[in-house]
Write a new protein. Structure first.
Length: 353
């Protein structure tokens, strides 16, 4: 599940989208289509019960991390909260925060990095729940390469998607192990990370999810070596978060609360029955690599709630330390109030009886 957002360009066009939204125009997403066919079917509203329609822009094609949303809908949790929830795969995943900021989508799945970048540019989005409690991004190599730690990358070629954030992650990992970014040759391989690694084009890659690409590598008969970023000097951060707009928080706080409550129940259901969660994913999205997701969800599901009292919880320290790291690494040109970038209000209230 390689990150598909280009950090340098995800804000381009946001001002125009905001302007068109204010003018009453419906903004549209651009770019090339992802590898899965978008599915936007929602559970039909009962003829005897009016429900509010809300939409969630997914971060990329449907995979295990979306099963909680599917279960929330399948098991009626969001419907019982008076909501009809549509899941949408944007034509261009770079547009998620733009679509949420302009109100085109009510909610969206994004990254802690991107939320901070957006707020630094005045884009009014806020994280309302952490979907994954730790980074999924990693450095990945093949076991036969002999690479076992960051400093082993010295003199080697490292493939990456061309994202400044991945350069910063790699630099931090190398420095934590006595090496420097200048010691490696970075090769922009786009998002063909697994192909570049298996073909020998590069010796290692960064930008690959250790709960996803590692399994793809194993399916090709190779053994991956995984170096998790937070184990080599990078502050622990939330890989994926659920976001909404400040306007939604101001004008529809009750709706946000009902959505979060239903979502939490869905992820609790998915965690209780991982096989049922994957079966639902495959049923709704037949192109899913079922074997990959069956294995991947067992790595992923513990990260939904590891070390926190309830699904979705976020720590202020995690936001402030990561923002400070981004600033130090030149990813943020100015200080950002990281405490305003997230809220636990709705997750906390969802815990109440």
């Amino acid at each position: 599940m390689t990150r598909k957002v280009t950090r340098r360009t995800f804000l381009m066009g946001t001002a125009a989208l905001l302007a068109s939204a204010c003018a009453g125009e419906r903004p549209t997403a651009g770019g090339s289509a992802p590898p899965a066919t978008p599915t936007t079917a929602a559970v039909a509203a009962s003829p005897t019960e009016a429900r509010e329609s809300v939409s969630v822009a997914l971060d990329w094609y449907p995979w295990s991390n979306h099963t909680g949303l599917l279960m929330a809908r399948e098991n009626g949790h969001v419907q019982s909260e008076g909501l009809d929830v549509t899941l949408e795969v944007p034509a261009n995943p770079e547009d998620v925060l733009k679509l949420v900021a302009t109100g085109r989508n009510t909610y969206g799945i994004s990254y802690q990095t991107d939320v901070l970048l957006a707020r630094a540019e005045g884009i009014p989005v806020v994280s309302i729940a952490a979907l994954v409690q730790h980074p999924l991004n990693s450095v990945m190599a093949l076991e036969r390469s002999g690479i076992t730690r960051p400093r082993d990358l010295a003199g080697k070629k490292v493939g990456y998607p061309g994202l400044p954030s991945d350069e910063a992650l790699l630099a931090t990992m190398l420095e934590a192990d006595g090496a420097r970014l200048e010691d490696v040759t970075l090769v922009n391989v786009g998002f063909e990370l697994v192909r570049a690694l298996l073909s020998g084009q590069v010796d290692a890659v960064i930008g690959a999810y250790w709960v996803h690409e590692s399994i793809l590598i194993e399916q090709q008969g190779e053994k991956p070596v995984i170096l998790r970023v937070e184990q080599w000097g990078v502050p622990d951060f939330y890989e994926l978060v659920m976001v909404t707009s400040e306007q939604e928080l101001r004008e529809h706080a009750d709706r946000v609360q009902r959505f979060v409550r239903g979502m939490i129940r869905g992820y609790q259901d998915a965690a209780r029955d991982l096989d049922a969660a994957v079966a639902l994913l495959v049923r709704e999205y037949p192109e899913t690599n079922e074997e990959l997701e069956k294995r991947g969800i067992r790595l992923l599901a513990p990260l939904w709630t590891e070390g926190v009292p309830v699904f979705g919880w976020q720590e202020e320290r995690r936001w402030t330390e990561y923002a400070s790291w981004m600033r130090q690494r030149g990813l943020l040109a100015s200080d950002v109030d990281a405490r305003a970038a997230f809220t636990n209000r709705f997750v906390e209230s969802a815990r109440q009886p």
